[in-house]
Design a binder for this molecule. Structure first.
Ligand SMILES: N[C@@H](CCC(=O)N[C@@H](CSS)C(=O)NCC(=O)O)C(=O)O
Length: 271
């Protein structure tokens, strides 16, 4: 008789084989897009409740130079943009929130109260920003700037699972925001990340405002394990932050004054 040929291996994919961060947040209602602005390596996020008849949407951290692209996408997808949010007063690029307000009547700009920047809505820890039946919860995460917040998708039966945290510059993938200007404090940043982000469920997705190495998404579990700065004890972390020796952002002198007035330095009355 013929020798039995070995059975070809069957292909098996399990949750354990795939990187957790490669999975997309599961919600039949949430439309989610991650958009990139190359010059400042900034991520803008579009979220919408497509289970709601109006398809209300919001943008997190839009950039002035990519507003046209973002609004074209919003239109193509038939969404109704209701909010344009900033995680903080950015120092490296001009926010797109002011421009968006001028182009889409009714959109409200949002930033933290602690930022002292102009906006239609000033949020604080614990506030909820609803778009349709979905919402973002506000967590105060000062340290990169005094007014930094992290927006986290809601905790509830109809909200996206796993949760998603839009961390701005507080927590970057395998990094974190610098703490050497705009009221920055490495002590505060360490506390913010450990108390407000690392305490979220481990499968929570981390979506930062920047990435300089080509990463797109991480999870709380991954950052607790692999973040080269925030896995250290607080004293070592402070030493790391004091010795980053990063040059100031090239656009800082333009960006900060513009962003305190919603990105519209010359049109203060329109904010
Ligand atoms: N080269 C860029 C600015 C790069 C930079 O400083 N990034 C900030 C966030 S934007 S204020 C940061 O916190 N970086 C942390 C890090 O470890 O890189 C430019 O000129 O715009």
């Amino acid at each position: 008789s013929l020798p039995l040929s070995p059975k070809p291996p069957t292909l098996q994919f399990s949750m354990a084989t795939l990187s957790e961060a490669a999975l997309v947040a599961a919600s039949p209602k949430l439309l989610f897009r991650q958009l990139f602005e190359k010059e400042s390596s900034t991520y803008t996020y579009l979220l919408a409740d497509v289970g709601h008849p109006d398809k209300p949407a919001l943008l997190v951290d839009p950039v002035d130079s990519t507003v046209e692209r973002d609004l074209k996408l919003v239109k193509e997808l038939g969404l109704k943009l209701t909010y344009a949010l900033n995680t903080h007063c950015h120092a490296d690029h001009v926010t797109g929130t002011g421009l968006i307000k001028g182009k889409v009547p009714g959109v409200k700009s949002v930033i933290s109260k602690a930022s002292t920047a102009k906006a239609d809505l000033h949020v604080e820890a614990g506030d909820k920003i609803f778009f349709g039946n979905l919402f973002l919860e506000v967590r105060a995460t000062p340290g990169h700037t005094v007014g930094c917040v992290t927006y986290v998708t809601g905790d509830g039966p109809d909200q996206p699972q796993p949760r998603m945290a839009f961390t701005g510059d507080t927590l970057l993938i395998r990094g974190c925001g610098r703490t050497d200007f705009q009221g920055g404090s490495s002590q505060q940043l360490y506390k913010s990340v450990h108390s407000q982000i690392f305490t979220l469920p481990k499968d929570t997705f981390i979506y930062p405002a920047h990435d300089y190495k080509g990463f797109t998404v991480s999870t709380v579990r991954e950052e607790i394990q692999f973040n080269p700065r925030l896995t250290k004890d607080e004293q070592t972390f402070q030493g790391i932050m004091e010795n980053l020796n990063l040059p100031y952002p090239k656009k800082m002198d333009i960006a900060v004054p513009a962003n305190v007035v919603c990105g519209l330095q010359d049109l203060v009355n329109n904010v």
